[in-house]
Design a protein around this ligand. Structure first.
Ligand code: FAD
Ligand code: NAP
Length: 281
């Protein structure tokens, strides 16, 4: 199998006239492996969103009607463009086509952002835990790049678990780039390294850090490895994004630490959102 690992950029690409309602132009595409890719599109001038929210995006379907799916915005709210991180579902109605987009192409983007993974849905605290599997890291790719996250919390811990190491690459590079981010560097200097802690693990491939997020929380391994106290209702806040089974199991673990699920209208200690609907491809 050959993988297209090229980064393409549309700076030089001619922008076609907009042909669909809510059309945005693709500016860059990057394939991370044979089942994951990320891409950037132009941002509608009027689009305001809170980091962590999702929108409906898609392509015209074979019947001419828009074929839309929910996608977390992976870029922070200050970014001039919008970034998305996507799975390629074999025979998936949308992603079997979306994976072929190129800079200069158009996608449909309905500019109505919504979602539960927003800072306002949680009570103030000391530490923020982002808990994700697979493409569930997308909303946290937005929140990790938003300075407001670090204004509200002393420490941010990104736990990301995938089956194999190559599935961690998008998050790993993003965190690495953040460590050299001029804006956050200016705000926090050298201290930033201790403000954002990254805990990637695999479950099916041998790597230095392994295990499910649920197991690493219940065994206390992650607290020992990061030299942190166990979660408490006073200090710890969390956001969960993964498969339904993952969300249900992590929720139970957090409740075991005494944390309760909140919402925009009723902020508490943690919030949950599905990374996709269904049992997995
Ligand atoms: C709130 C929300 C936010 C989402 N954000 C993202 C995102 O940022 N990136 C993204 O890739 N997808 C995201 N999804 C899933 C997305 O909406 C689509 O399901 C996905 O793009 C596949 O579309 P499809 O038409 O090809 O296949 P679909 O018919 O939509 O899905 C087919 C099957 O593939 C599996 N599947 C779908 N998406 C995923 C996934 N991401 N990871 C693992 N298995 C999956 C499920 O079993 C599903 O039943 C999100 C879903 C929800 C509800
Ligand atoms: N990713 C691949 O390489 C791959 C390849 C072929 C097909 N697929 C299919 O694609 C679908 C999605 O795959 P995916 O890897 O993105 O998602 P996934 O199966 O949900 O697994 C993602 C990560 O979450 C962990 N996990 C799953 N359920 C959990 C739970 N209840 N509590 C805690 N951790 C949990 C998994 O650990 P465990 O490994 O311990 O389950 C894995 O590390 C799956 O249905 C799969 O059959 C995936």
């Amino acid at each position: 199998m050959t993988l297209d690992l090229t980064v393409t950029d549309a700076t030089a690409a001619a922008k076609p006239a907009k042909t669909m309602p809510d059309a945005q132009t693709v500016t860059a595409v990057r394939h991370w492996n044979d089942h994951l890719f990320s891409f950037r599109v132009t941002r509608p001038a009027s689009l305001r969103f809170r980091s962590g929210e999702f929108v409906m995006i898609g392509l015209p379907g074979d019947n001419g009607k828009p074929l839309l799916r929910a996608y977390s915005i992976a870029s922070p709210n200050w970014d001039d463009e919008l970034e998305f991180y996507s799975i390629k579902v074999p025979d998936g109605p949308l992603t079997s086509k979306l994976q072929h987009i190129q800079p200069g192409d158009e996608i449909i983007l309905r500019p109505k952002p919504v979602g539960t993974l927003v800072l306002d849905a949680l009570l103030p605290g000391k530490r923020m835990w982002f808990l994700a599997t697979g493409t569930g890291i997308a909303p946290f790719a937005s929140l990790m790049r938003d300075p407001e996250t670090y204004e509200r919390y002393e420490q941010v811990i990104m736990m990301h678990t995938c089956r194999n190491a190559d599935e961690l690459a998008y998050g790993r590079e993003l965190v690495e780039n953040l460590r050299h981010d001029p804006l956050l560097g200016e705000l926090y200097g050298e201290e930033f390294a201790s403000r954002l802690l990254y805990y990637p693990t695999t479950t099916r491939e041998e790597t230095p850090f392994m295990g499910r997020i649920t197991d690493n929380l219940t065994s206390g391994k992650v607290f020992t490895d990061l030299n942190l106290p166990p979660m408490s209702i006073e200090n710890d806040r969390a956001m969960i994004c993964g498969s339904l089974a993952f969300n249900v199991d992590v929720k139970a673990v957090l409740e075991g630490f005494g944390l309760a699920e909140g919402a925009n209208s009723d902020p508490k200690q943690f919030v949950v959102e599905k990374a996709f609907v269904g049992d997995g491809v």
